[in-house]
Design a protein around this ligand. Structure first.
Ligand SMILES: Cc1ncc(COP(=O)(O)O)c(C=O)c1O
Length: 386
């Protein structure tokens, strides 16, 4: 069955990208572990497939599913989230100006500052949560690069305003939708031109595969991205594509539990006397809670907090937690905890971290799909120990 736009998100998550194989009836896509394909005559591939960097049926099934869920014309599955970001930047020219949000995943900032800049791309960082900063983006902006919610501070960008500001000066807009996932937010519905995912996270959802995706809004953008993905060889492997598609089939179910658990823990932490600050878009205390209600269908599974006693106390909390594993990454079924400063955001220069409020004691939780009361009990005992 091929879902159409009238089907709900859950139906599309389960069915998009693959109809039972006409040859064998296989309900799930095979893992086409082949690097090359036979040709009937030189330059005449039998089924249109030549070489797996260029075309692979398992990857294509994942790509079609991702394009469907994000409402894009096409998707490109890459070897990692970073590979997806790099593939998009390869479509730019030396000298182009990228206006980027100031609070980004540490690895994205590192890619911009230490690699892309060497090839002549220019970067300007602004606080994209502020409409007045969006309204002032330079007239020669080529690409507006956003995360919403951001990693780690969970700031939101008003997508409708961002798209209007960028398109007014002829710039394109890309949203890294890793934190929200297509289950909660569809940037293309707001007119964004590209969506990026680290599919390592919620999309695959089981912390067993690294991957990324770049989704394009309309067919006109497809050829250029495809050319660069193929030329630079940033594509995802058949096995990783299979695992990612397998995980994606339950994205809607997992997100429901991630969101419910995160909301519960955010409430618990906000009421806790040893907790100084909780950042979660679903809390009324979040400065952009109203915007979150408007452009997201739920508030996600990520939250941050700071406890009394700063970094030493934060280290004590993460050491005492039992269900939350101390690890980088996020979006898997299991709960994870980390301190962004020495871990995921270690590559962000300290002065920038300070300016943004990524404090040494900041704790980031990726709330899993375990029983919420067990997670709350674990946090409670960890806090009791400080
Ligand atoms: C928001 C965001 N974008 C991109 C990435 C990079 O993805 P990957 O690790 O799959 O390369 C990450 C990784 O943590 C991330 O959190």
């Amino acid at each position: 069955m091929t879902p159409d736009p009238s089907h709900g998100f859950g139906t599309r998550a389960v069915h998009a990208g693959w109809a039972p194989d006409p040859q064998t009836g296989a309900v799930m896509p095979p893992i086409y572990m082949t690097s090359t394909y036979v040709q009937d005559a030189p330059g005449e591939p039998r089924q249109g497939y030549e070489y797996s960097r260029t075309q692979n049926p398992t990857r294509f099934a994942l790509q079609d599913a991702l394009a469907n869920l994000e409402g894009g014309a096409a998707a490109f599955a890459c070897g990692s989230g970073m590979a997806a970001i790099h593939t998009l930047l390869l479509t730019l020219q030396s000298g182009d100006l990228v206006v980027a949000g100031d609070d980004l995943y540490g690895g994205t900032g590192r890619l911009f500052r230490r690699i892309e800049q060497r090839f002549g791309l220019r970067f300007l960082y602004i606080d994209t949560s502020k409409p007045e900063e969006l309204a002032r983006i330079p007239a020669d902006t080529r690409l507006l690069y956003l995360e919403t919610p951001t990693n780690p501070l969970l700031k939101l960008t008003p997508l409708a305003l961002a798209v209007a500001a960028a398109h007014k000066v002829g710039a394109e807009v890309v949203v890294d939708n890793t934190f929200a996932t297509p289950a909660l937010q569809n940037p293309i519905a707001y007119g964004c031109d590209y969506v990026i995912h680290s599919t390592t996270k919620y999309v695959s959802g089981h912390s067993d595969v690294v991957g990324g995706a770049l989704i394009v809004r309309d067919a006109a953008r497809k050829e250029d991205v495809w050319f660069h993905q193929n030329s630079a060889g940033t594509s995802n492997s058949p096995f990783d594509s299979f695992l990612t598609l397998r995980g994606l089939r339950t994205l809607h179910l997992r997100m429901e539990r991630h969101c419910a658990n995160a909301r519960r823990l955010a409430d618990f932490l906000e009421a806790h006397p040893k907790v100084e600050r909780v950042i979660y878009p679903g809390l009324a205390s979040h400065p952009q809670h109203a915007l979150a209600r408007e452009q997201m269908r739920d508030f996600g599974g990520m939250l941050c907090c700071e406890v009394q006693g700063g970094e030493a106390a934060a280290r004590a909390v993460v050491a005492r937690l039992e269900l939350f594993a101390l690890a980088e990454s996020l979006g898997g079924v299991e709960s994870l905890v980390e301190l962004p400063v020495p871990m995921t955001h270690a590559s962000v220069p300290p002065e920038i971290r300070r300016q943004l409020g990524i404090n040494d004691g900041l704790i980031r939780l990726s709330v899993g799909v375990e029983d919420g009361n067990d997670l709350e009990r674990d946090l409670s005992q960890a806090l009791a120990g400080i």
